[in-house]
Design a protein. Sequence first.
Length: 308
Amino acid sequence: MSDKKYIDQATGTETVGHEWDGIEELDTPMPRWWVWTFYATIIWAIGYVILYPAIPLVNSATEGLLGWTSRGEYAKEVTARERQLAPIRAAMVNSDINSVATNPELRTQAINGGASAFKVHCVQCHGSGAAGFAGYPNLNDDDWLWGGDLEAIEYTLVHGIRQPDHDETRFSQMPAFGRDGILQSNEIQDLVSHVRTISGDETPSAASQRGSVLYEANCAICHGPNGTGDRLQGAPNLTDRIALYGRDRASLTETITNSRYGVMPRWGQRLDPATIRMLSIYVHSLGGGETAPQPEQTAEAGESDDQS
């Protein structure tokens, strides 16, 4: 390898002075336009460092003379969007929730906004498709502990379920029949047989017959004489084929022995009224939403409860 430079006779260009196995490299200068472009990028980079945040520091970065930040730009966009949505949010909050749901424009806005809020606040428990998990209700079906009309759903969202610091929360408490010594283990198994019989999971048997007597004495006051539940108390319907914690014997045994105590946050202290209303309408639209009870239906239900 040689380090001697010389002028290439064919091109008139000086070589770099290196040679490998007879192969030499020409020291051809870069095109002038490329050199000036390179200088321009250097000048632009220096200007960027001066004007914008660029140099990392211990806890932040240099601010730049313009005071620009990506968070500031985001805040401006959010503020502009909030101003744009303010009339729609006001219309949602200031109107009856049932009238909002029947207004095509407001309903569309509510469902879109509710779907976004659901992905942020609700999927952790109810799942991305709102189908729930064991202990977390499926919001797509028509099985509701506290009611599935718009007003009932909104109330549940605002006040939560079993929130000890809130007097208006949804609250119910099932006795722990086994843990508290109310029933013996064999009696609990008879009661499980009865519950599985009225739900159609087992055929009638001597155990279910014994369980029916225990049910009447211990459970009918909340779940009703026929096991159809009571929404005023949040007592589930035991005759359908939907069970929050499972319908198998092991799950029912655990429920009766130790009780359950599921909770849900009261979103009234975390979300604004418009977001809660949008969530209510979105959940109602998933497929299991019910119509609002009519006054005459409520009166008839009250008379029926009085007679029973």
